[in-house]
Design a protein around this ligand. Structure first.
Ligand SMILES: [Zn+2]
Length: 106
């Protein structure tokens, strides 16, 4: 399957022109997020339907990039893009799921 993504919000777009015509893509609103307890943390842009919907994927994306996976919770600040306010605080919970792999032993 040949998938393309929106250059702005990175959403996966319909692969066929007829689907794209039926469901034209509109980017969700832009937000900015950062770690709440790190005053030096930079605000980063993310696209989501609302502030709460921005908090989880922002932290998930950030953790994937760092390679650090710890169970627990982290506070995330989210504000509208272009707003210079403090933002709203969200608690994001991270849980690690066990993974089982079998291989033949000799
Ligand atoms: Zn988009």
């Amino acid at each position: 399957m040949n998938l393309s993504t929106c250059p702005t919000c990175k959403a996966v777009l319909p692969s066929s022109p007829s689907l794209a015509q039926l469901f034209p893509h509109v980017c969700p609103p832009a937000w900015e997020a950062r770690e709440a307890d790190d005053e030096s943390a930079e605000w980063e842009r993310i696209y989501a339907t609302d502030a709460k919907a921005a908090a989880r994927p922002w932290l998930e994306h950030r953790r994937q990039g760092s390679g650090v996976y710890e169970q627990g919770r982290e506070a995330v600040l989210v504000r509208r893009a272009g707003d210079n306010g403090e933002g709203d605080r969200f608690e994001v919970w991270m849980r690690l799921a066990p993974s089982y792999t079998a291989c033949r032993s000799f």
